[in-house]
Design a protein around this ligand. Structure first.
Ligand code: SF4
Ligand code: SF4
Length: 415
């Protein structure tokens, strides 16, 4: 199975070139590819891998709510995964929970996972979303279409069942409890095609959505943006989920992984950053585990070295330092306090998140496609001539206008 892994950036670009040429034309692809290579410097990967990381394996498995599964404390996200060998390698190293979605890389992620788990389906808790390759399903989507979308995931994943299917990017209680998703889930469950239902969220309504999901008794797992010095404080939600047997899976654990900040760290500090962040999340035994995008073999080595370990004072000092440096950079998932002050109804938090996907996660295509779906009048183009009343509403003093203007120049499709 093992083969030489070409660099992910090259493969990702090649995989995406077809779609980009469709969207932008070949000339545009060539022009923008330079920009992608410059910006995707993989800040989520140590520049100087340590020898002791080689061959690292999962050291701890934790109960995933009442599902009966014990998940690897550091598990596989696949938003940037396009090589089945990397999936295969993660399983070899003890990862037993894989999160994917039809809209990651225009379904390439699901296809890759399907190839990677071939012959080992029973060794992995397989998670996808109520979603299609072209984007999130609206809550009013007819039930047969939702079922068809999940069946599309099963086909790409080469399996006849999902262990878990999330209501994806759930931003309101209406969406969380949409009768369409619940009916589709019940039918799929009856047919043995989906075992458990979950919710993924990083919305301004995060606390309300999480609390309602716990109280409703309908959800088995929640996947939530959660990182050191999280705001808002989710400890109460984590405790309540634990008491009710709802698995709590953390995502976006690197708090943006800002390369602008990390590049100023000493190599040794920078090498420790991802592991310190993971250890901090898993310090709470009520957290079932975390998912992080694994796209390269050396990321698996690096990330799994933190498995089963507790954050120590040096880790905490490093995270404090990073936190101080990013405080005015980082738009907090679950905040949204500035949204009502924008006269143009610009979705500040979503655009900041797309910008993070582009700059920190190497998900340039996904970020641009997501941004392209906003109505033009709600894009950050509106910020160009605005005096930014939103900024007075941000307690973290994020320079919203400046960041959104930059995001617009990165994310807008070429004319
Ligand atoms: S920019 Fe500030 S106020 Fe607006 S959502 Fe982000 S953190 Fe909250
Ligand atoms: S700068 Fe103006 S247009 Fe842009 S988000 Fe702030 S208030 Fe809205």
């Amino acid at each position: 199975m093992k083969k030489a892994a070409p660099t992910i950036d090259r493969r990702r670009f090649l995989a995406g070139a077809g779609m980009f040429s469709g969207l932008f034309g070949v000339g545009s692809v060539l022009k923008y590819s330079t920009q992608f290579f410059l910006l995707s410097r993989a800040p989520t990967e140590a520049p100087e891998p340590r020898k002791e990381w080689q061959g690292s394996t999962v050291q701890s498995y934790r109960p995933l709510g009442k599902t009966g599964w014990k998940m690897s404390d550091i598990s596989m996200g696949t938003s940037g995964t396009s090589d089945p060998y990397v999936v295969h390698m993660a399983l070899d190293r003890g990862v037993n929970y894989i999160d994917t979605s039809p809209d990651y890389s225009d379904s390439l992620s699901e296809k890759t996972v399907g190839e990677g788990i071939k012959g080992r389906r029973d060794k992995v808790f397989l998670v996808s979303k109520f979603c299609s390759p072209s984007g999130h399903l609206d809550k009013d989507t007819p039930v047969p279409e939702i079922i068809e979308a999940v069946e599309g995931s099963l086909k790409r994943l080469q399996t006849d069942y999902l262990d878990l299917c999330h209501v994806h990017a759930c931003n309101t209680i209406d969406r969380l409890m949409a009768p369409t998703f619940h009916e589709a889930f019940d039918r799929l469950k009856e047919q043995g095609k989906v075992r458990f239902m979950g919710v993924s969220t990083h919305t301004p309504e995060l606390e309300a959505v999480c609390n309602h999901a716990i109280d409703s008794g309908r959800f088995d797992v929640m996947m939530v943006a959660y990182n050191f010095k999280n705001w808002p404080d989710l400890s109460n939600i984590i405790s309540r989920a634990h008491e009710k047997g709802v698995g709590f899976v953390a995502m976006k654990t690197l708090k943006g992984a800002y390369h602008t900040v990390l590049k100023d760290f000493e190599p040794d500090e920078r090498n420790s950053f991802t592991q310190a962040a993971f250890k901090w999340v898993n310090n709470d035994p009520k957290v079932s585990g975390l998912v992080v995008s694994m796209g390269k073999p050396n990321q698996i080595d690096e990330y799994l070295y933190a498995s089963g370990k507790k954050a120590d004072p040096a880790d905490l000092a490093l995270l404090e330092r990073y936190d101080r440096l990013v405080t005015k950079e980082y738009c907090r998932p679950g905040c949204g306090e500035c949204l009502d002050s924008c006269p143009y109804d610009v979705p500040v938090d979503d655009i900041m998140r797309y910008s993070m996907y582009f700059q920190a996660y190497g998900r340039e295509r996904d970020a641009m496609i997501k941004y392209s779906k906003l109505p033009r009048e709600r894009t950050a183009e509106a910020c160009l001539g605005c005096n930014a009343p939103c900024e007075a509403a941000c307690r973290f003093e994020v320079p919203i206008r400046e960041k959104l203007v930059k995001a617009h120049s990165l994310l807008k499709l070429p004319a």
